[in-house]
Design a protein around this ligand. Structure first.
Ligand SMILES: *[C@@H]1O[C@H](CO)[C@@H](O)[C@H](O)[C@H]1NC(C)=O
Ligand SMILES: *[C@@H]1O[C@H](CO)[C@@H](O)[C@H](O)[C@H]1NC(C)=O
Ligand SMILES: *[C@@H]1O[C@H](CO)[C@@H](O)[C@H](O)[C@H]1NC(C)=O
Ligand SMILES: *[C@@H]1O[C@H](CO)[C@@H](O)[C@H](O)[C@H]1NC(C)=O
Ligand SMILES: *[C@@H]1O[C@H](CO)[C@@H](O)[C@H](O)[C@H]1NC(C)=O
Ligand SMILES: *[C@@H]1O[C@H](CO)[C@@H](O)[C@H](O)[C@H]1NC(C)=O
Ligand SMILES: *[C@@H]1O[C@H](CO)[C@@H](O)[C@H](O)[C@H]1NC(C)=O
Ligand SMILES: *[C@@H]1O[C@H](CO)[C@@H](O)[C@H](O)[C@H]1NC(C)=O
Ligand SMILES: *[C@@H]1O[C@H](CO)[C@@H](O)[C@H](O)[C@H]1NC(C)=O
Ligand SMILES: *[C@@H]1O[C@H](CO)[C@@H](O)[C@H](O)[C@H]1NC(C)=O
Ligand SMILES: *[C@@H]1O[C@H](CO)[C@@H](O)[C@H](O)[C@H]1NC(C)=O
Ligand SMILES: *[C@@H]1O[C@H](CO)[C@@H](O)[C@H](O)[C@H]1NC(C)=O
Length: 458
């Protein structure tokens, strides 16, 4: 499918124009592989702590250095990679086509350990791929990188997959990938475009286009670190970013659309973790549907930076901070009955050079700290979705807040103590006098522009 965006791939956002971008699903229609894409993978499988061996593949490169150009490789075998690069090997491929068909039997060996991946690069091996075409069906990752010291460099790649657990680029076990000029499409479930996995994958993507269609498929799955620069992406049935635990994701000059759960869906799948980082610079996240928030967080403590960034939602909700998480179904916000390790989310957002329209919503003991800096503007309110909700709002003197409803915050701090940086629209702002952030307001009632007042609530 073509997706039309108000963005120019290699140019600044100022040169905005509506253009159409194609992805590999324009060449191989997903309708040809609809049954493959409808398969629901069985994820109720036992975890394995070590990579099983041997990994089966048709072409093995182990412990040597090889360069190949202008060739095609393929297999139709189940549970079999086309190319395996292992044990300190180096493989360079230039103008090479790889076609992989054949099923996976077990999610963990296939997805996590790369048993059915078209190209598996493992154990301190290095690969340089340019002008690569990898097409997979029946559930197989395109490029899989595993293990400390494994580094895969990709420049100019066309990556197509159908079937479940068919990630475009997947780095696991401390593996690293640098990929540029990639066009990616995945049609199956749990098939994120660019993924890291346990204990960490280091995924660097630039100047690329990604389209993931299946449920549970994000543009970026952060387990480890994601660095994206100039990526245009759509996740039809997933967020732009899934992140599980204290991981890091940095997006710069990206234009990304999400169709399920939220613009990002960031959580801890076990006990709540702290130290997660989300940084969006000169980027735009759009969510489709009437209910999707721009950014969604559950059971996590995270620092978020929005710098020169747009969040476009039709829900009117910029941020949700919830007592919740995302299960392996990857399709709903789970409650305590599904995951008893839950704690409230604590979300610390620092906004700079951004103009944001919409509300921030916290649930059930969760909090949002919302700091507006460097000529930022916020039009919206903060409210509880359910139960106790805590909001700490900071405004520097160059930033403006336009209220859209009566709003109650915990700490309220304004660099401009006359509060001329608030336009009230006739609504009142209640602040908690005993919260430490605004001792200077001293319990006074201050008249705001537009008819409302800032009033001490205690
Ligand atoms: C996995 O197990 C859960 C809980 O037992 C169940 O609800 C779910 O349907 C199962 N999923 C699959 C794909 O078998
Ligand atoms: C990687 O190394 C581990 C540990 O030595 C070994 O068990 C595994 O089979 C190796 N993987 C490959 C693909 O050679
Ligand atoms: C593979 O490509 C890298 C980077 O261009 C180069 O340094 C290396 O020598 C190449 N290896 C082979 C076997 O050609
Ligand atoms: C590396 O090993 C593979 C598998 O034995 C072989 O096909 C390839 O030619 C070897 N590369 C070099 C440069 O000898
Ligand atoms: C591959 O897996 C499919 C689906 O499980 C099965 O129908 C087929 O017989 C298998 N092929 C081989 C060669 O084992
Ligand atoms: C990549 O290969 C597939 C078939 O394996 C083909 O349909 C597709 O057109 C190729 N893509 C490009 C860009 O050549
Ligand atoms: C990943 O790195 C950690 C920390 O250095 C190490 O303990 C672990 O063995 C590494 N895993 C692999 C698969 O290389
Ligand atoms: C915002 O991004 C610009 C450009 O990358 C950078 O120079 C600036 O320091 C960033 N500002 C903040 C507050 O992070
Ligand atoms: C919030 O979390 C609860 C579970 O605690 C869940 O039922 C609800 O759907 C979630 N709502 C949102 C918008 O995240
Ligand atoms: C915020 O609004 C002010 C006044 O309307 C405007 O000058 C400024 O450019 C806006 N900031 C952003 C980031 O759009
Ligand atoms: C303002 O908040 C109140 C109470 O939560 C709600 O009933 C009302 O619909 C809101 N008004 C607007 C304009 O959103
Ligand atoms: C915000 O309020 C809470 C509760 O009063 C307090 O613990 C915290 O230190 C305050 N933060 C700031 C920045 O004042």
């Amino acid at each position: 499918m073509f997706f039309s965006i108000a963005f120019c791939l290699s140019f600044s956002r100022l040169a905005s124009a509506s253009i159409s971008i194609s992805d590999p699903s324009d060449v191989i229609p997903p309708s040809l592989w609809a049954a493959d894409n409808a398969i629901v993978p069985n994820y109720n499988v036992t975890d394995l702590s070590v990579q099983p061996s041997p990994i089966i593949s048709v072409y093995n490169f182990e412990g040597n250095s090889t360069a190949i150009d202008h060739k095609s490789f393929s297999t139709l075998e189940n549970e079999t990679s086309v190319l395996l690069v292992a044990n300190g090997a180096e493989l360079n491929l230039s103008y090479v086509n790889v076609l992989k068909e054949g099923y996976y039997s077990d999610l963990l060996t296939s997805s996590f350990w790369g048993f059915n991946a078209a190209i598996n690069v493992a154990n301190a091996s290095t690969a340089y791929f340019d002008h690569l075409n990898v097409t997979t069906h029946n559930g197989a990752a395109n490029i899989y990188a595993y293990g400390t010291g494994t580094v895969v460099y990709v420049d100019n790649a066309w990556l197509y997959s159908s079937g479940p657990v068919s990630h475009g680029v997947y780095a696991s076990g401390n593996g690293t990938v640098y990929a540029s000029h990639v066009q990616q499409y995945s049609g199956g479930r749990r098939s994120s475009s660019f993924s890291g996995d346990s204990p960490a994958g280091y995924v660097h993507i630039s100047d690329s286009v990604a389209h993931a269609a299946g449920v549970g498929s994000a543009s970026f799955y952060a387990l480890g670190e994601i660095y994206a620069d100039n990526v245009v992406s759509i996740s039809e049935n997933g967020p732009v970013i899934f992140m599980d635990g204290a991981q890091k994701a940095y997006l710069t000059n990206c234009d990304a659309t999400a169709g399920l759960l939220g613009g990002v869906a960031i959580f801890s799948s076990m006990v709540r973790e702290s130290g997660a980082i989300l940084s969006l610079t000169s980027s735009k996240i759009t969510t489709t549907g009437d209910t999707l928030p721009g950014l969604w967080f559950g059971n996590i403590i995270i620092d978020v930076s929005l710098n020169d960034t747009e969040l476009v939602t039709s829900s009117g909700i910029l941020v949700v901070s919830n007592f919740s998480q995302i299960t392996q179904d990857f399709n709903h916000y789970a409650d305590y009955s599904e995951q008893p390790n839950l704690s409230p989310a604590e979300v610390y957002v620092t906004v700079a050079e951004s103009d944001l329209v919409g509300d921030i919503v916290a649930y059930n003991g969760s909090s949002i700290s919302w700091s507006l800096n460097s000529h930022s503007n916020w039009t919206g309110t903060a409210y509880s979705g359910y139960g106790d909700a805590y909001f700490d709002v900071y405004l520097d003197a160059s930033s403006l807040w336009t209220l859209t409803n009566t709003t109650t915050v915990r700490n309220f701090t304004s660099e401009d103590s006359t509060l001329s940086n608030i336009y009230s629209n006739g609504f009142d702002l209640y602040y908690n006098k005993s919260a430490t952030g605004h001792a200077y307001l001293n319990g006074q009632t201050i008249s705001l522009n537009g008819g409302g007042s800032a009033i001490s609530s205690s």
